[in-house]
Design a binder for this molecule. Structure first.
Ligand code: S3P
Length: 450
């Protein structure tokens, strides 16, 4: 099994300094979750799916290459405009080369679900960060569905070789962790089963897979389960019909200019076309509870997703208690929330963050370390992160980013309002999810240098 895969580019140190007010309009790139899914589900529909606004970040490009390696044609027609000629459910081809996902957790895990439904083998690999991330949570249900893990690195990690099922067994699976990736892998494999696949989640997670499968014509239902959960049932072997998909702007990327505008005095910006799916928008609810002035300028529905332009103005923030039940709806936004909390008055307690330990880095430890390096009073208590905000942050620190794009962007945002500049050791991974971050922020007036 090949063991060659690592992000080849050299480290790119960056820094951010106190900025004058931020102003202007910004459309951040397309949603990463929806972009991965549009390529994979497009490949499983027979014929031509057209995608507008695809995120052209490294993570999504890795998924595009994997889809191509499995026989679907994937063509970039213009910036953000892509076409997938899909082969249909259960009819993809065995990839001849290793599937290298770089830094992309979502791409690799969702593709494992697709491969598990096909009677062939594929080798998955990624960079040093992805090789540390747990894959057992994905492989366990896929093995129950008939797939086999032929080879794997210690602890069920990458690189690994997965052999898909000859006959996919439809299962009812209760996810042990709140993870849209686990849910989606099971559903994507379940597409190839003769029968109904059910996923039960105690805490509802982002539902883009369900929405998109329904949009492509699959028979899929989702009902309330307990207080916060969902029970999702998919009928297998549907004929998926190719679609036109317009990818809205990623709220997880919009989060960075949003917090920047809140903490840089005098700022007033508009973030255009932001995805406000209720299972993604927990950050907006939390920031509003903290006193943020975030206004929906227009709200509309597009291909089953809720979208709005958001006007964000500099605000006096106060601390908040963020319940654990909200974590799935803002799981990628805690680092930048911790930055906002540093500039708030009073304590912010973010509860139930165990999943942050297994993201692109151990985000719980790395966030606390970054805050401390910049003179912010904070503490990890069990699975909670506590930030004691003083309305200001001294800054002046060098933040270790551990190959994690969101750590880099969050601490650059901190530097825009802190007393001394904030440096990050490596901004190269920003390109995995937010190409053009530096230029876009500079256009709003941010003092970021690469
Ligand atoms: C994602 C799900 C989340 C999130 C990730 C994208 C998805 O991961 O952190 O960035 O697109 O399904 P988990 O499912 O592991 O929580």
């Amino acid at each position: 099994m090949s063991r060659s895969s690592a992000h080849s580019s050299a480290a790119q140190p960056m820094s951010a300094a106190k900025s004058g007010l931020l102003s202007g309009r910004l459309r951040v790139p397309g949603d990463k979750s929806i972009s991965h899914r549009s390529l994979l589900i497009g490949a499983l529909a027979v014929g031509r799916t057209e995608i507008e606004g695809l995120l052209e970040g490294e993570d999504v490009i890795a998924t595009a290459k994997a889809v191509r390696a499995m026989g679907a044609s994937v063509v970039r027609e213009a910036e953000g405009r892509w076409r997938v000629n899909g082969l249909g459910v259960g009819t993809l081809l065995a990839p001849r080369e290793m599937l290298d996902f770089g830094n992309a957790g979502t791409g690799s895990r969702l593709t494992m679900g697709v491969v598990a439904g096909h009677p062939f083998e594929a080798v998955f690999d990624g960079d040093a960060s992805l090789r540390k991330r747990p894959m057992r949570r994905i492989l366990d249900p896929l093995v129950q569905m008939g797939a086999e893990v032929v080879e794997q690195a210690e602890g069920g990690r990458l690189p690994l070789r997965l052999r898909g099922a000859r006959e996919v067994i439809p299962i009812a699976y209760e996810t042990p962790v709140a993870s849209a990736q686990v849910k989606s892998a099971v559903l994507l494999c379940g597409l190839c089963a003769d029968g109904e696949t059910t996923v039960i989640e105690k805490e509802a997670t982002r539902d883009h897979t369900e929405r998109m499968l329904a949009h492509f014509g699959a028979k899929i239902t989702s009902e309330q389960h307990g207080e916060h959960g969902r029970r999702i049932t998919l009928r297998g072997r549907p004929e998926l019909m190719p679609q036109k998909i317009v990818v809205p702007s990623d709220i997880s990327s919009a989060a960075f200019p949003m917090v920047a505008a809140l903490i840089v005095p005098g700022s007033d910006i508009v973030l255009e076309n932001v995805l406000l799916n209720p299972l993604r928008a927990g950050l907006v609810d939390t920031l509003r509870e903290m006193g943020a002035r975030i206004e929906e300028v227009s709200r509309r529905d597009d291909a089953g997703e809720v979208i709005a332009d958001l006007r964000v103005r500099a605000s006096s923030l106060k601390g908040a208690d963020v319940p654990a039940a909200r974590a799935p709806s803002m799981i990628d936004e805690y680092i930048v929330l911790a930055v906002a909390a540093s500039f708030a008055e009073g304590e912010t307690r973010m509860r139930g963050l165990s999943e942050l330990r297994v993201k692109e880095s151990d985000r719980l430890a790395a966030t606390a370390a970054g805050l401390i390096a910049n003179g912010v009073d904070c503490e990890i208590a069990g699975d909670d992160l506590i930030v004691r905000g003083k309305g200001r942050a001294p800054g002046g620190g060098l933040v270790k980013t551990h190959m994690d794009h969101r750590l880099a962007m969050s601490f650059l945002v901190m530097g825009l309002a802190s007393e001394k500049p904030v440096k990050v050791d490596d901004g190269a991974f920003i390109a995995t999810s937010f190409p053009g971050f530096v230029e876009n922020m500079q256009r709003l007036g941010a003092e970021i240098s690469a």
